[in-house]
Design a protein around this ligand. Structure first.
Ligand code: SAM
Length: 232
């Protein structure tokens, strides 16, 4: 039984993809998708020995050794040309780490640029969207969900003929999430306002010149409040 978060990621993986799940931990996602018969080929990549062993065990236990290859490798080094990967999932990590994995894969050409990316950053969505934008990706879908009192975003991207230039605001809030403005989205950003207000209160008591930081945070609060009040 997949978590709600991973189940949603799985729904966003196209049918019959050849999937690379990077940072697969127990390989729960590829195992579930192959058992559902949504896929019949996947690579599960792990850089840490414990989760790598756990992934191998999980695949073997389910009798999926022929469909799922588990590799001990850093990021997209788990992918080989002969795998003919068409979709990549990178989930449950910070957005900056996901970005760094994509960047390394881009540089050493493990990432071809024609794969569908389904990314689920726990935090740091903005730097990840910045990277996608710079590298010519279009964000074709996004979702936001809540599980165990945590809010997660999912970003689906691929490269298309026409490049989209996302604004700073779209890269912060998510171009599609911004349009949908779901109740979970509102709750997330209300929380972000609160966090920033707490920081402002602390900065007001701090010594030294905090003016630049205060102004930056005030600007962010105004921007978030604008989005929340639907004025933009
Ligand atoms: N993807 C699963 C999920 O969403 O539930 C597991 C998430 S777990 C919190 C993150 C996993 O990513 C860990 O098992 C960690 O070892 C792995 N990881 C971190 N950096 C990695 C890298 N550079 N390459 C491959 N795996 C990595």
């Amino acid at each position: 039984q997949l978590s709600k978060r991973l189940a949603r990621v799985g729904e966003l993986v196209p049918e019959q993809s050849r999937l690379a799940d990077i940072g697969s931990d127990h390989a729960y996602l590829p195992v579930a998708l192959v058992l559902q018969k949504k896929l019949d080929f996947a690579v599960a990549g792990e850089v840490v020995n414990g989760p790598f062993e756990a992934a191998k065990k999980q695949v073997k236990k389910n009798g999926l050794n022929d469909q799922i290859t588990v590799r001990l490798a850093d990021g997209l080094d788990a992918v080989e040309e002969t795998d003919k990967i068409t979709a990549v999932t990178i989930c449950g990590m910070g957005g900056v780490l996901i970005r760094d994995i994509l960047e390394a894969g881009w540089k050493n050409q493990r990432l071809q640029g024609n794969e569908r990316l389904v990314l689920q950053p726990n935090i740091g969505e903005k730097p990840l969207r910045d990277w996608l934008t710079v590298h010519g990706y279009t964000i074709i879908d996004e979702d936001i969900l809540e599980e165990n009192n945590k809010i997660y975003e999912i970003i689906v991207a691929c490269r298309q003929e026409v490049r989209v230039a996302y604004s700073e605001k779209e890269r912060l809030f998510g171009p599609i999430l911004l349009k949908k403005r779901s109740s979970i989205f509102q709750r997330k950003w209300q929380g972000e306002v609160k966090q920033r207000e707490t920081i402002l209160a602390q900065l007001a008591k701090a010594s030294g010149d905090q003016q630049a930081r205060i102004q930056q945070i005030e600007k962010e609060i105004t921007e978030i409040k604008e989005v929340l009040s639907n004025e933009s």
